[in-house]
Write a protein that binds this ligand. Structure first.
Ligand code: MF3
Ligand code: CO
Ligand code: CO
Length: 269
């Protein structure tokens, strides 16, 4: 085993070992499979609580553990963020209507490893501008991921995301970020979805983290509702998010949360 592994950088970022990738692969795959399986249930007339109930049942069926139930008092197996909800939407009685867009975010623990992923879903048929928002958000994540390789910096990832989003006249949320993960849910570093090239910590092989850009059609500002979880756009504009968990390899990265059914991007088709 390479002895520069299993250490922590000066920024407090843990460097995992080659063997640890297998743990993340299993956890990421389980989370992604749950999102694959919930896709057919997303349609007009269904409540977000019903989607979360299905996800809870999937967690049990697969013999994995929900990372969000009991996390800081959160009570659900998913966050479901509809339309102008940016993130951390609480599943409940809201009935989906035709054209609603929603992010479903699931984190599970498998043998101690955390797999964290989210995607966009649509109830019925999306409006063209909603579909464009979803396309730009997905592409921004993939461009961020393309910047992941040893020697690049976290600022390079943020820059790739921000510059693409702003070229498309949309905005990147600043109030929430990606995070290190692995044997814990949220660890250093904060993975910002905006930034300047060459700034921030240098990426090293063995770093595990999420990239999870939230993109708004309007302004980037958010506020958290009185339930202390639900984050919404201040201007009520539509918001979208995609999230992958990744590990830095010798020449790029491995995406741990790829969709086994190849339904990551256009879940509704
Ligand atoms: N899965 C979210 C993330 O991407 C965190 C959800 S925490 C919860 O980091 F408590 F709101 F579920
Ligand atoms: Co995350
Ligand atoms: Co998540």
């Amino acid at each position: 085993m390479n002895d520069i592994r299993g250490r922590t950088t000066k920024e407090g970022i843990r460097i995992y070992t080659e063997a640890d990738f297998a743990g993340m692969r299993a956890a990421g795959r389980a989370a992604a499979e749950i999102l694959d399986n919930v896709a057919p249930l997303v349609k007009p007339g269904v409540t977000t609580a019903a989607l979360d109930d299905f996800i809870t049942a999937e967690v049990t069926r697969m013999g994995v553990i929900s990372a969000t139930i009991g996390y800081k008092g959160y009570k659900h197996a998913s966050c479901i963020s509809v339309n102008h909800v940016v993130c951390h939407g609480i599943p409940g009685g809201k009935v989906l209507a035709d054209g609603d867009i929603l992010n479903i975010d699931v984190t599970v623990i498998v043998d101690g490893w955390y797999g964290d992923t989210s995607r966009m879903f649509v109830a019925g048929t999306p409006a063209r501008k909603a579909e464009r928002l979803i396309e730009v958000t997905h592409e921004s994540l993939m461009r961020g991921i393309a910047a992941v390789k040893p020697g690049n910096t976290f600022g390079d990832i943020g820059f790739a995301i921000q510059s693409y989003v702003e070229q498309n006249r949309m905005s990147v949320v600043r109030d929430f970020c990606g995070h290190g993960l692995g044997l814990v849910f949220h660890a250093p570093p904060n993975v910002l979805h905006y930034g300047r090239p060459g700034t921030g910590p240098v990426l090293e092989e063995g770093m595990f983290f999420t990239i999870e850009p939230m993109v708004n059609l309007g302004r980037p500002e958010t506020k958290v509702l009185a339930d202390d979880w639900t984050a919404v756009t201040r201007d009520k504009s539509l918001s979208a998010q995609y999230e992958h968990s990744v590990g830095v390899t010798a020449d790029g990265c491995e995406i741990f949360t790829l969709s086994p059914a190849d339904k990551f991007f256009r879940t509704w088709e």
